[in-house]
Unconditional design. Structure first.
Length: 317
């Protein structure tokens, strides 16, 4: 189905409709975010959703603080300034980063992600900025870095606090000047990507300790999204568990649709695991239930939870 513009005209191609609505989103027009997203949804075939809408739908929550994060993501998605996302392990930082790339994904631009903690220190500059042949042992050919490969999309720097200080200095210049130089080259390459960074650490504290550059922190935190811990949004634990379980065959086959809202999948005795490890703990607990039919209760104080013979707690009749 094609979109009809506010002036009554219709585009000749679906892509033209998307382009014009994208321009509305960027221009700060009088159209509300909801109206733009609704029209974008109408540009897709039945069952499909625009990338921003689909990404936000993956952030499952009834928590007011997380709902506010989602609201801000809708505002920030079409912008180009850097965004810093902070929050405890497993609270959804990469999901938020993916959503921030939603309007760029709409136009086919990539979302490039890299875990800064997983890169060997001696290769960090090469990974992000590229290298030329012969720049170091093992550099057998020219290679673009991730900042160039991201094109007009988003580069997501996960665990940014783990980036070495010398690389932080080069990254700061890249953000400020929108250009990089490959290791071993004097030639400048322009970059056009948006920077989104995330960490579980307290960056202001690391700045005070001299472990993170203050100027880079200021440059990255133009917009700062703070994700709440599961300790402050424990009601979301069961909500997320149900959402995940509905994609797992063992649960789908064991329960009727009417049973979902009445069941408790994650015993409160296991909440401490979720507080520490986030969604990964929820996934692990559900995997145990799906595979074995019960939970490891060595440290649990509540009766075990089982499927399909089911001792899952339910409410009501």
């Amino acid at each position: 189905m094609l979109v009809t513009y506010d002036d009554g005209t219709q585009p000749s191609h679906q892509s033209e409709a998307i382009e014009k609505l994208f321009a509305h989103l960027q221009s700060g027009s009088d159209m509300s975010q909801e109206a733009i997203l609704a029209k974008l949804a109408g540009s897709y075939q039945e069952g499909q959703k625009p990338p921003l809408v689909a990404a936000l739908d993956r952030i499952v929550t009834n928590d007011p603080a997380m709902i506010e994060v989602k609201r801000r993501v809708r505002i920030l998605a079409p912008r180009s300034e850097p965004v810093l996302i902070t929050g405890p392990t497993g609270t959804g930082k990469e999901l938020v980063a993916t959503a921030l790339n939603g309007t760029r994904a709409l136009k086919g631009h990539p979302f490039v992600t890299e875990n800064c903690a997983a890169i060997p220190r001696e290769l960090t500059s090469s990974v992000f900025f590229g290298h030329v042949k012969g720049a170091y042992t093992g550099a057998h050919q020219d290679r673009d870095g991730l900042l160039v490969e991201a094109g007009n999309g988003t580069i997501f720097l996960d665990e940014i606090a783990e980036m070495p200080l010398d690389t932080q200095a080069i990254l700061l210049r890249a953000i400020q000047e929108n250009e990089v130089r490959r290791v071993g080259s004097l030639k400048v390459q322009k970059i056009y990507c948006r920077f989104v960074a995330a960490t579980k650490h307290n960056l202001p504290l690391l700045v005070e300790q001299g472990k993170f550059r203050e100027d880079l922190f200021a440059r990255l935190a133009v917009f700062h999204l703070r994700l709440p811990s599961f300790e402050t949004r424990s009601a979301d634990i069961e909500l997320i568990a149900r959402s995940i379980a509905k994609s797992m065959p063992g649960f789908v086959e064991s329960f009727e649709p009417a049973e979902w809202d009445a069941m408790t999948l994650i015993p409160q005795s296991h909440y401490s695991q979720v507080y520490r490890y986030g969604v990964r703990a929820i996934q692990s607990i559900l995997a145990q239930l799906d595979a074995y039919g019960d939970l490891d209760t060595d440290t649990a104080e509540e009766p075990r939870v089982t499927i399909p013979s089911i001792e899952i707690t339910t409410t009501g009749t």
